[in-house]
Write a protein that binds this ligand. Structure first.
Ligand code: NAG
Ligand code: NAG
Ligand code: NAG
Ligand code: NAG
Ligand code: NAG
Length: 440
């Protein structure tokens, strides 16, 4: 009874592979088949070798996943995946016993076009606290102090831009402590700062910034303060020559090499002293990028909290359970944004990916950290995010609704530079900043 080697093989299941091979060796005589058996044995042991190399213990018996493996955060982003990172348990399990009446202060680092303005408004209008912010309808700022004149929140909508318009980590780190010492009664002895921020898919964030600039935003009053001085026009020239860059095409926007939109999240979260600030003399750009990314990750790990625009529910869940304070009304996912209405071509998308490589890596790192925190919080609480919103959260005490109606909040896109000027910059920088020539 003569049968083909391959037919026999395909009818056998893999657990019998070894026995099958032994039998074949013993029974087959034809040269052709001997060669096939030899190859099979070689392949088999080769696979065992690979398996021993690439996995340990029980994992080795799993069927191989044939989808391409993302080997970096960048690759994973392109595949719509999130890689797992190893974090210290202390970076994952975070709960702060907040005492906003005394020791604790929230410092809100607001990166442009991350959905941060909406969250900033929630912080002043929508938190269930003993000392609520006093807000007047026509004013852009609220008074967020306790009865003994102690601030508990530094942000655009409370203190104003006291450390500069959209102050980054480098600016805040240099300014915050000094500002509080100057502006609070000297009787205050202890302060614990909790940095918080928001991140967003960097490609969408970039398109959103382009749209905003196209409509006339410049943020030219940003100080880019670092190592004791503001960046000069030589160091960071403006991308436009007129009063603003309204109507800018995508090609023009993405071609300006000084565009601060590139890797904005990474830059704004890193300690820029580490790369000699905005001074590019003798700089190795690739190395500088790596240093910035590493620093941004370190700083982010030290933030008490950050949210992810694409994850509103989980952001609220994590915020409320990390700090033990609640929003009066739940955050709502943003309705259709300007970005989702754009017609983005493949070429445009690829150009943005190329210009936001650092942000993509930072975002992937942050998203994994965020999701691991949510998972760990769920495990500690004993219920899921869904259960939390469906029942657990509502069974807690009902809070009085004092939230202004949605229409009283102008959308983020409607917040103009005029508004920003009203909420006070430090010193005379505002005046100078109005003319590009006068400052950076
Ligand atoms: C993890 O925590 C330990 C002690 O708290 C610290 O020494 C170590 O540097 C941390 N590792 C990372 C990657 O942050
Ligand atoms: C972490 O943040 C706290 C609060 O802002 C600060 O005091 C501390 O120096 C930071 N640690 C590092 C390693 O940056
Ligand atoms: C920022 O970087 C500079 C330069 O490396 C360093 O001296 C400084 O301590 C860093 N600041 C913080 C708060 O880590
Ligand atoms: C920039 O850095 C170089 C050295 O790296 C220094 O010689 C130069 O003076 C710096 N420029 C400014 C404007 O500080
Ligand atoms: C996008 O493309 C669609 C269909 O091609 C068109 O109807 C729409 O007006 C375009 N939108 C913009 C903003 O150009």
């Amino acid at each position: 009874m003569k049968e083909n080697c391959f037919d026999t093989f395909s009818r056998l299941n893999t657990s019998l592979l070894l026995r099958f091979i032994m039998r074949k060796i013993a029974s087959y005589r034809s040269n052709k088949c001997r060669l096939t058996v030899f190859l099979l044995i070689t392949a088999f042991f080769f696979m065992i070798l690979i398996a021993m190399y690439s996995c340990n213990g029980s994992l080795c018996l799993k069927a191989p996943d044939l989808t391409p493996v993302a080997y970096s955060d960048f690759e994973a982003f392109l595949q719509g995946k999130v890689l797992k990172h190893k974090f210290n348990i202390s970076a994952i399990d975070r709960v702060f016993e907040l005492d906003l009446e005394d020791r604790d202060i929230l410092i809100y680092l607001h990166i442009q076009k991350t959905g941060g303005a909406a969250f900033g408004r929630h912080l002043v209008h929508n938190l269930d606290l003993t000392s609520k912010c006093m807000c007047e309808p026509e004013k852009k700022k609220c008074d967020c102090t306790t009865k003994n004149k102690k601030y508990w929140l530094l942000s655009r909508h409370s203190t104003g831009w006291v450390c500069g318009l959209h102050a980054d980590w480098t600016e805040l780190n240099d300014c915050v402590d000094e500002w509080f010492k100057k502006n609070e009664p000297p009787t205050r002895t202890q302060r614990r700062y909790h940095y918080i921020t928001f991140l967003r898919n960097p490609v969408n964030r970039f398109f959103s910034e382009w749209q905003h600039v196209k409509r006339g935003a410049t943020w030219k009053a940003v100080r880019l303060h670092c190592n004791g001085r503001d960046a000069t026009l030589d160091e960071v020239p403006f991308c436009f020559s007129g009063p603003d860059w309204s109507g800018v095409s995508f090609e023009e926007f993405v071609s300006c090499q000084h565009n601060l939109a590139f890797n904005r999240m990474t830059r704004m979260l890193s300690n820029l002293s580490k790369i000699n600030c905005y001074n590019k003399t003798n700089r190795n750009e690739k190395l500088a990028g790596e240093i910035m990314l590493k620093s941004a990750k370190e700083n982010l790990l030290n933030f008490s909290f950050f949210g992810i625009l694409e994850e509103q529910e989980k952001t609220q869940f994590l915020f409320e359970n990390t700090f033990g304070i609640r929003f009066i009304e739940s955050l709502k996912p943003k309705p259709i944004t300007h970005v989702s209405q754009l017609n983005i071509t493949r070429a445009m998308h690829d150009a943005v990916v190329d210009k936001t490589r650092l942000d993509i890596q930072l975002y992937q790192f942050a998203k994994d950290l965020f999701l691991q925190r949510v998972e760990s919080m769920e495990a500690h609480l004993g219920y899921t995010v869904e259960d939390y919103f469906n029942s657990a959260r509502n069974s807690a005490k009902k809070v009085e609704k004092v939230v202004p109606k949605e229409e009283e909040f102008p959308e983020e896109n409607e917040e103009t530079e005029e508004d920003d000027k009203q909420v006070q910059y430090p010193s005379k920088a505002t005046v100078n900043a109005l003319e590009p020539k006068a400052k950076r």
